[in-house]
Structure formats: C-alpha cells, structure tokens
Design a protein around this ligand. Structure first.
Ligand code: HEM
Length: 521
C-alpha cells in the first residue's frame, strides 16, 4: 500500500486527505464517499424495482390492469389460493386485462370473441403448461407437441373417441357405475344416512371410470384404488404456481412419485394389451383400440413393403407407427390427467344441482326408466342415450352453468396482434376464459339460472360460438363426447338406483378453484 500521509492507511480514510478528494471530484465523489455496501444494495434494489415497474408498463400498454405492480412478485399470494370472485372481477374489468406475477406477464381475455381468437390462433400461441408438467408427464409427451407434429399425433388418437369406438367401452362405464352405486348405498346406510361430504367419493368414481375405460381390467382393483388415492398429489403438483425445482417432500416431489407409479402401471397394462390383441382378443378399452390399430397398421405396412397388393378397404383409416409401452403409458396418462379433475368437478356439481332441484332429478329418473321400459337393468348403449334429450340437457346445462375449466392458459410464441391496438409480447401467458362465454346473457338469457329446458325448447344448442366448455381450435378437448356420454350414463343410473339430498352449508353458494371449479360445501 502506498504511504501518502506518513501512516499506512487508505487515502480516502485519512482525515486530512479525503477533503481534497471531495473538492477535486465534485458530486460523484461525494456519492462514492458515502457509499457503503448497504447503500449500494439499496440503490440496486431501487433500480430493480424501477426496471420491474417499467417492464410491466411496457408490456401492459393500453391493456387494463393495476397501475402499479407489487414489486417483483405482483399478486403472487393471491394466485397461490385463487378466489373465484377475483377472477370474476378481472373479467368484469375489461375485454383484456393483465397482471404480472414475478417475471411472467399474463393477459386474461374475458369476452367470447377474444377467447375464441386465442384458441384459434395456433400460429401465435400454444397451450401453456407449468414447468412441473414436463417432469411429471415426461418431456417427450405428445401434449407438448405443437403445430403439424401435434396435428399428426392427434389424428392417430381421434379415432379412439368416435361414437363407434365409445360403444366398445360403454360396458366398462356401466360396470363401474353398478359397483360404485352399490358401495355408495352401503356407505350411506352405515352412516345412518347422516349428511357427509361426498366429493372424495365422486373423485374416486371418476378415477375408476377413467381407468376402466382407458385400460380395462389390465389394472387390478387395488391399483385403481391407489391411483384414486394418490391422484390429488398430481393435481397439487401441477398448480399454476409451484416451486420450480423438485425438492424432496414438496408437492412436486409427491406428485412426481405418484405420476411415476401411475405411468409404470399403465406401461404394464400396455404389455398385457399388446399380447391379448395379438392373440385376437376383443377390444375392451381405449388402450386395446389403440394397440389394435397399431398392430393392424404394422400388418398393412408389411404387406406394402413386401409388394403384396392390399385392397383399399383393408387400409387402416390412419396408418400408425408402433409405439412403445412407455409411449402408450405416457399418452394414456395424459387422458387421465386431462379428464380427472374436470370430470370430478362436473360430477360433483351434477349431484349437488340435482339434490337442490328434486323436480329435475325426478324428470331424469322418469326419462331413464321410460327408455328402458321400466327395467333399470337394461344396459347403457349409445342408442339408449340418444333417446334421452332431458338427461342430455341436464348434463349440458350443468357444464354451461358450472364449466369445470374456467380458463385455459396459453403461451405467446411470437408477438401476437390480438387487436388493432394491442400486441401481446412473445413469452407472455395469455388466457382465454370459458365462464364469461357460458354466462353471456345474449346467448343464454337468465344465464345465472339453471334451466335445462333451454337445450330443448330454447335456442341454447344454436349458440355454438359460446360453447367453449371444451375449448375450440386445434387443441379442443379430445374426450368431449366421451365425457358427456359418461356423465349422462352416470346421472341416469344414479337417478334410478338412488335418491339423495343436499344439506347446505354456509359455503354452498361459493365456488372453489382448485385446477377446476368445485362446490366447497
Ligand atoms: C367435463 C369434462 C371435461 C372438460 C370440461 C374438459 C375440458 C377441456 C378443455 C377446456 C381443454 C382445452 C381445449 C383447448 O385448449 O382448446 C381440454 C383439452 C383436452 N382434453 Fe378435456 N375436458 C373434459 C374431459 C376430458 C376427458 C374425459 C378426456 C379424455 C378421455 C379429455 C382429454 C383431453 C385432452 C387429451 C386434451 C388436450 C387436447 C390437445 O391438446 O390436443 N378431456 N379439455
């Protein structure tokens, strides 16, 4: 160190030297002089806050949203425990509104037309999945495909959900319903018909229904029960706001363990289905139908490769490649993942709405018995369901009145000019909403009232633009026909086998948001 003052100390700390430094360097030096590590950190912090606000305003432009962002985190705490009323306030605030949580800028579309525009703009947007989804569903999962790759993959799956294909799986639905309603009655009798929460039972019913329809009896009752027990861990791990890395004993950790277990079980089912289909077994579930389509495609490809002439009638509708057991498991897992929460929500609402409206339940019961000529053991078929306009109307009205999925997050792939004046920047999240479209007074007069008749004597059916319950565009719900038919089958059979009442609680009029929407009491 240089000896400036005769003592071995720093020049700026020397009482005699420092005034000269101030005098020579002016303002900057005076700032530096007072600079401590805390001041430096404070200044950096204020700069970061200013940058965060500036960035928010830059993205926000003329979109409606809070004038200032809570530094960095924005309304993070609100989004950890989202309230339906807060979403509603957002929709009511404008056609497009925004919010910024941490580094994510989020635009929410409220109107039907804005929402439709997003759903139908695959050049600009793609479905947005939380980071944890890649870890739980596997990076190579088809749900992460975009554009042509997605369209091509989906073509191979669409055939599994046609009405004709569903005919083959409906017996599974019937078996699960028979078994479950018997258990419901036993449980209720054991509880001496005292009021008790039934939502966990509806969730279990929906898991069993999905598992049996997707993989038939390749899965044991015990494993179906385990999937039902553990599934909520997967939902919790996939909440919009979650810790980005998987730390032991966190929600994502438990979710990943549960997902791995389900995936491994589905892979075992695939191996069994493969063997059974190769041996000429009958299609009993969605997995069988897909495996059989792959085996038929392989035979066709082989013939063509060997120069054997094949009649055009023998050519499969979709010539598929072979998929490994793991790939099949991954895809079937996405069906469970996509259906579980939405169908659990729909069935819970259906049971509650029917209990609150016994006259509607009576009509459903009357119709179900009538089409079976009074014999409630007559099995469910698509033709039978086609003869039940009232039961269908009840299911449609439930889905309109309480759409399980109220918003569908998408990611902006490239700057998206959503209106003449507003361009949403690449990297933002953009969320089309379902609820406002299904509660639009113009399309559905008295929208806040449950009126199944609007689907029979009214013109609700003609309001297809507002029917966003299953989305629209290239990612519209693959399982929508199956979901509606199985809900019809469920409520129809329940009406014939059981009677039930709802004991309202102070929460009964609320709407709880947990991935989908639920009645909390
Ligand atoms: C009441 C029940 C259901 C509701 C309300 C519902 C709703 C939705 C919605 C809103 C989407 C997003 C659509 C979009 O982005 O345009 C979706 C996608 C999807 N749903 Fe459903 N869903 C239900 C049941 C099911 C069932 C039972 C299955 C499978 C068996 C299923 C499979 C899927 C799949 C695979 C996708 C993603 C499609 C793609 O990205 O190509 N859903 N669903």
């Amino acid at each position: 160190m240089v000896n400036l003052t005769g003592s071995f100390i720093s020049p700026s700390a020397d009482a005699t030297v420092s005034p000269q430094l101030i005098a020579s360097a002016g303002f900057l030096a005076s700032v530096l002089d007072g600079l401590t590590i805390w001041k430096l950190l404070g200044t950096l912090f204020l700069a970061a806050v200013a940058y965060d606000q500036f960035k928010y305003h830059y993205y926000k432009g003329s979109i409606i949203g809070p004038a200032y962002k809570i530094p960095f985190m924005g309304p993070f705490l609100q989004s950890v425990n989202p309230k339906f009323t807060e979403y509603k306030a957002k929709w009511d605030s404008g056609d497009l509104s925004c919010v910024s949580v941490f580094h994510k800028f989020v635009v929410i579309a409220s109107t039907r037309d804005m929402s439709r525009k997003i759903f139908n703009s695959p050049a600009y947007v793609k479905p947005c999945v939380v980071d944890a989804a890649h870890k739980l569903l596997g990076k190579t999962n088809w749900v992460f495909l975009d554009g042509k790759a997605h369209v091509d993959y989906r073509k191979g799956l669409n055939g599994l959900f046609t009405r004709q294909a569903l005919t083959m799986y409906l017996p599974r639905v019937e078996e699960v319903l028979n078994d479950t309603f018997k258990r419901f009655l036993e449980k209720s009798a054991a509880l001496k018909h005292e009021p008790t929460p039934w939502m966990p039972d509806f969730r279990e019913l929906m898991t069993a229904l999905s598992c049996r329809t997707f993989v038939g009896y390749y899965m044991s009752d015990e494993i179906v029960q385990k999937v039902a027990d553990d599934y909520y861990l997967i939902t919790a791990a996939l909440e919009l706001v979650n810790f980005p890395i998987i730390l032991p004993y966190t929600k994502t950790w438990y979710g990943k363990k549960a997902a791995d277990m389900v995936m491994a079980e589905f892979a075992k089912c695939s191996a069994k289905s493969r063997a059974r289909m190769a041996a000429g077994g009958e299609i009993s579930c969605i997995m069988d139908a897909w495996v059989k389509a792959q085996q038929d495609s392989a035979k066709y490809r082989e013939k063509v490769a060997n120069g054997i002439e094949v009649d055009s009638s023998e050519k499969p509708a979709q010539v598929l490649r072979d998929f490994s057991d793991y790939e099949i498991a991954q895809t079937i897992f996405t069906f469970l993942f996509a259906s579980q929460d939405a169908t659990s929500a729909a069935s819970t609402w259906l049971f509650q709405l029917m209990a609150d409206r016994p006259e509607v339940l009576d009509k459903v019961r009357e119709e179900n018995l009538r089409v079976r000529n009074g014999d409630r053991t007559v099995p469910i078929t698509i033709e039978l369901l086609d003869e039940m306009p009232y039961t269908r109307a009840v299911v449609k009205e439930t889905l309109r009145y309480r759409p399980p999925v109220i918003m569908v997050p998408y990611l902006v792939k490239k700057d998206f000019p959503i209106t003449d004046k507003i361009t949403v920047s690449k990297g933002s999240m953009i969320i089309p909403s379902v609820w406002p479209a299904t509660h639009d007074e113009e399309a559905y007069p008295n929208a806040d009232s449950f009126e199944p008749e609007r689907w029979i004597t009214g013109d609700a059916e003609a309001q297809s633009k507002n029917w966003l319950v299953f989305g629209t565009g290239p990612h519209y719900c693959l399982g929508q026909t199956y979901a509606q038919l199985s809900l019809m089958a469920m409520i129809g059979k329940a009406s014939m086998e059981m009677d039930w009442e709802h004991t309202p609680t102070p929460l009964s009029e609320d709407i709880k948001v947990f991935a989908t929407i639920f009645p909390p009491g």
